[in-house]
Ligand binder design. Structure first.
Ligand code: FMN
Length: 283
């Protein structure tokens, strides 16, 4: 079997053996480049969004010496919940559950980052303790669209009508990211990744269909200050200057989020190097 792969342009790319050579990610030297992407599995224990035995088995099976696992999207707060069964990082019980997982991962010589998730308007009141989901601005087309659904304890449902975040509330959300990063550190994670893609709250701030704000968190400001603030809140606040990354999309096909900002607005985390970037229309 050839060890050479082809790029889309048909050019010869690097040998696939490179997959099994070391790479530096922040302070960590991985011995290979097969990094596990964040994958929502909806397997946390209910009630409480607590990582239990099933999640322990799942992640332990996938850990490898010198590797890196990015956790599934993990809610930073009850207001940020939006996917039934997703684990959380906002309670002591959740931290205790994650600790068992990170210990098992470390025992196999692997590293693990926690992906911090706030779903913003992509949610339902049954997930947020009755509170209206929040968004940068109000777009009734989003909840009126018959093709848009969200995961709830009662199956797929239309998202609840959302409300616009008041400017005074935004620092509190950034603080929720910081607290979640702190809990992730206490739970034994090696770093965090901000879920800033695929139509969730940071992405809602980054896209022109979902962010019509005219204040300091609008798109007239560059770089857009909510996701940047979120990065800082999540990483720098717990002393993890080089242990944070972001998953974001330049171009977004989630309904009503917006087509794109091209490269005019970038998620800038000067002290935090992105672990990965990608363009993906899904999840
Ligand atoms: C079942 C499933 C769950 C996923 N959950 C997440 C998630 O929690 N967070 C995230 O950023 N991406 C999530 N993704 C996207 C994957 O990480 C993504 O498909 C993978 O990185 C492959 O990259 P690509 O989409 O660029 O090809 C999910 C994808 C699938 C199929």
């Amino acid at each position: 079997m050839s060890h050479l792969t082809k790029t889309k342009a048909g050019r010869e790319a690097r040998p696939t053996q490179k997959l099994f050579t070391p790479v530096q990610v922040g302070p960590f030297t991985l011995t290979h480049r097969v990094v596990m992407a964040p994958l929502t599995r909806s397997r946390s224990e209910q009630p409480g969004d607590i990582p239990g035995d099933l999640m322990l088995e799942y992640y332990t099976q996938r850990a490898s010496e010198g590797g890196l696992i990015i956790s599934e999207g993990t809610s930073i707060s009850i207001a940020g919940r939006g996917w039934f069964g997703a684990p959380g990082m906002y309670s002591d019980e959740q931290v205790a559950g994650w600790k068992r997982i990170t210990s098992a991962i470390h025992a196999k010589g692997s590293h693990m980052f926690s992906q911090l998730w706030h779903e913003g308007r992509s949610s339902h009141v049954s997930m947020t303790n009755g509170a209206a989901p929040v968004a940068p601005s109000i777009d009734p087309q989003y909840w009126l669209d018959s093709t848009v659904n969200t995961s709830t304890p009662n199956g797929w449902q239309k998202p609840s009508p959302h409300r616009m975040l008041d400017i005074s509330e935004i620092p509190g959300i950034v603080e929720d990211y910081r607290k979640a990063a702190e809990r992730a550190r206490d739970a034994g994670f090696d770093g965090v990744e901000l879920h800033a893609a695929n139509g969730y709250l940071p992405d809602q701030f980054l896209q022109d269909g979902s962010n019509k704000r005219m204040d300091g968190y609008g798109l007239n400001r560059k770089p857009n200050s909510f996701p940047n603030g979120g990065c800082r809140g999540a990483g720098i606040g717990v002393g993890w200057q080089s242990r944070g990354g972001a998953n974001w999309t330049w171009w977004n096909m989630e309904p009503h989020v917006g087509q794109q900002l091209g490269r005019s607005v970038r998620l800038r985390c000067p002290a935090i190097k992105p672990v990965r970037t990608r363009i993906s229309p899904h999840h």
